[in-house]
Design a protein around this ligand. Structure first.
Ligand code: HEC
Ligand code: HEC
Ligand SMILES: [Cu+2]
Length: 400
């Protein structure tokens, strides 16, 4: 397959041109014959019928068979090209798309999520579709693909972007107040740029270094929390002071990348004071690239990377129902939320609750427990978040 084509659009366009073209031809043929007959056999020219035919077998066979063949050919042509839309090339890159009120979320094999569909150009993309709440419809006009997303049903579409650029994505099924906001784009990137985007996930890069240290067994001696006394603790090491001895000569140094590199490749050279010289040197079993990842992780801190609450709020569609500027949308605005007292209904009873972390946690986890007065109980429960993620979101909400 030529990577620079748009196979799904080509297939659909061919069928459209064929059906529309043959309809046009028929229309023209019938209209021309009709006009010709009207002129040729008008009353002033032929006051009396000139012939008196009662049947013509061949003519009848012809006008039954010809239209049947034309219609069947439309069916056959349409069907074979429809199969092209449903048969996904084997090397397709898979992305999960979830429709929900009122945004699209895309999720990649490595756990990355985003609200725009980032894809490599020229590669078949299989989009696995589902919905969390109501019917939506995933529509990409540039590729002539449109498919309903239904809660509990998994389906798919595929396409291939012929050029680097932006392609529109819409929801084509009226799904409530914010339906028109379900607009986003597919960003087709060159292979290298896509690779960079795909691997740029800061959480993953930092965890890669940590992961390597787990795999290499460094944690047999070292710990992140100081629980192992036999080797120095891994922590935020950048700039920390160390008393080291090198063949009996003592020095105080500040930790930098070069020091860490030596400490791993040739631990016997600079020994950290008060520790036995038991660390084995690591040579070929750690590639330069992996070593860089480890060093980066050791320098910048062993704490878990901080979860970005604002990013979660943006990428999980909260802003399609909540504003941050005080304006009322489908749900209450986030502005000043931390200083508010919410009037809610709980089991039919009206309550006033001072907004705090506990209240917000419930509002995200079980939105129908307390429903804010004057709003419909349609907020989807944030079941996809870990506890840490909910905490990060709450921290951001309280600041707004
Ligand atoms: C057998 C136990 C052991 C293993 C396994 C081990 N280390 Fe060490 N490591 C030590 C000891 C003991 C020291 C302190 C003495 C020294 O400087 O060699 C040390 C020192 C270090 C230092 C200098 C730390 C500082 O605070 O100045 C770094 C960095 C380090 N190790 C990284 C690693 C990495 C990365 C691995 C895995 C690839 C690893 N170590 C595996 C025992 C170990
Ligand atoms: C489909 C629209 C919709 C989406 C998406 C949505 N919410 Fe809501 N949210 C509402 C509505 C409507 C209410 C008010 C009714 C209620 O309390 O259930 C509400 C209430 C809230 C409240 C309580 C506000 C108050 O004034 O007491 C919080 C907090 C909240 N949402 C947070 C979030 C977060 C965080 C997200 C994203 C993970 C989110 N919402 C996504 C519609 C939505
Ligand atoms: Cu929709």
């Amino acid at each position: 397959m030529n990577p620079l084509t748009n196979p799904t659009a080509l297939g659909v366009d061919k069928v459209l041109i064929y059906i529309f073209g043959s309809s046009l031809l028929l229309l023209a043929g019938i209209t021309i014959v009709m006009i010709w007959f009207v002129v040729r056999y008008r009353r002033s020219k032929c006051p009396e019928p000139t012939s008196d035919i009662h049947g013509n077998l061949w003519l009848e066979i012809a006008w039954t068979l010809l239209p049947t063949l034309i219609v069947l050919s439309m069916f056959w042509y349409g069907w074979t090209n429809y199969l092209g839309l449903r048969q996904v090339p084997e090397n397709a890159f898979e992305v999960k798309a979830t429709g929900r009120m009122w945004s699209w979320q895309f999720e990649y094999a490595n756990g990355r999520t985003s609200n725009k569909l980032y894809i490599p150009v020229g590669k078949p993309i299989k989009v696995l579709l589902t919905s969390t709440d109501v019917l939506h419809s995933f529509f990409m006009p540039a590729f002539r693909i449109k498919r309903d997303t239904v809660p509990g049903v998994d389906t798919y579409v595929w396409f291939q972007a012929p050029e680097v650029g932006s392609y529109d994505i819409f929801c084509a099924e009226y799904c409530g107040t914010g339906h028109a906001d379900m607009i986003t784009t597919a960003e087709a990137l060159s292979a290298e740029e896509f690779e960079r985007w795909y691997n740029k996930n800061p959480t993953l890069v930092q965890n890669h270094g940590r992961q390597l240290m787990v795999e290499l067994g460094c944690l047999g001696c070292h710990s992140f929390d100081g629980s192992s006394p036999i080797a120095p603790k891994f922590g935020k090491l950048k700039g920390a002071e160390r008393n080291i001895s090198n063949e009996g000569i003592k020095r105080t140094i500040r930790i930098d990348a070069d020091y860490l590199r030596r400490a791993i490749r040739a631990p016997e050279a600079d020994l950290v004071e008060n520790f036995p010289p038991i660390m084995p040197p690591y040579g070929d079993e750690i590639s330069e690239k992996d070593l860089d990842a480890i060093i980066k992780y050791l320098l910048d801190g062993a704490e878990e990377p901080k979860i970005d609450g604002n990013k979660l709020i943006k990428e999980n569609g909260c802003l399609s129902c909540h504003s941050t500027d005080g304006s009322k949308r489908v749900g209450p605005s986030f502005k000043g939320l931390g200083k508010r007292t919410s009037e809610v209904k709980r089991d039919g009873q009206e309550l006033k609750i001072k907004v705090n972390a506990d209240y917000l946690k419930r509002a995200i986890r079980e939105p129908n427990h307390d429903v804010v007065e004057g709003y419909p109980a349609i907020m989807p429960p944030g079941a996809q978040f870990s506890d840490e993620e909910v905490e990060a979101i709450i921290e951001e909400l309280l600041k707004k």
